[in-house]
Design a binder for this molecule. Structure first.
Ligand code: MN
Length: 255
């Protein structure tokens, strides 16, 4: 099995090293094509307005001066053109990618790109709690649980243009209660914090941050699973069509 690894925190991120150790449990044919610098929040963006450069760091290790989507596109179209991957793993992200955050996430979007290309793709994220744990992210939990989560996914058929989103809870490995397959949830809206400041030349600028949320998790969602101490496993589909809306709009337009 040939595995492509990528992420959105950058190729030098601690979570990427964790992902490399995870992948080594499954294969010795592991390729890394990941952004050179942090791209968290890049979503599914691709770079169109400037050139994208790639730097070879090792035999199967490449840093891309671009987004996670750029990295996957370059991996499939260029780096691994003659030896395409059987599996794409994206992560392990520093922080959860739960609920609607999957639409902002470069980590999940890299897996979306893989899914669009017809490659089995899985996103992995490690939730952490700012309070109590300092700023340390318990990647050991992802490492301890990844094989139990990934092994059953390797021979499970994935529908075309679907992927799997995995989040590890902010707990020590032996405190995790198990694995739960669940829906994507939604956070309560309104946690965006925009700080307005003034730059040294006197012009205003804005800095976006996400305040921690006290979500009201719907049942059997990723938010609830992680809050309950489980690893969440959520199948996602790239077809965003709302089926009821299709019927309702069809009726509306006299279809
Ligand atoms: Mn990230």
């Amino acid at each position: 099995m040939r595995i492509l690894l990528t992420n959105d925190d950058g190729i030098n991120a601690p979570g990427f090293a964790a992902l490399e150790r995870i992948a080594a449990q499954f294969s010795d044919d592991v390729w890394a094509v990941a952004p050179a610098e942090e791209q968290s929040g890049a979503g599914h963006s691709l770079t169109l307005s400037r050139p994208v450069r790639i730097r070879r760091l090792g035999d199967k290790r490449f840093a891309v001066m671009g987004t996670p989507t750029d990295a996957v596109m370059l991996a499939l179209a260029h780096v691994m053109k003659d030896a395409p991957p059987d599996l794409i793993l994206s992560g392990v992200n520093r922080g959860g990618n739960l609920a609607e955050d999957v639409t902002y996430s470069g980590t999940v979007s890299a897996a979306m790109e893989g899914a669009l290309a017809g490659v089995r793709s899985i996103a992995l994220s490690q939730v952490y709690a700012r309070e109590g744990m300092g700023d340390s992210v318990p990647f050991a939990t992802a490492e301890a649980w990844a094989e139990r989560v990934l092994r059953p996914l390797l021979d499970q058929p994935f529908e075309p243009r679907t992927l799997v989103n995995v989040n590890f809870p902010a707990l020590a490995p032996d405190a995790v209660r198990g694995v739960r397959v669940c829906r994507q949830g939604f956070h309560d809206y309104g946690r965006l914090r925009i700080v307005e400041r003034t730059d040294p030349r006197g012009y205003p600028y804005f800095w976006f941050g996400l305040a921690p949320t006290a979500p009201s998790p719907g049942h059997v969602t990723d938010l609830e699973a992680v809050a309950d101490g489980f690893v969440s496993v959520t199948p996602l589909a790239l077809d965003l069509t709302h089926d009821q809306g299709l019927a309702a709009l069809g009726a509306r337009f006299g279809d």
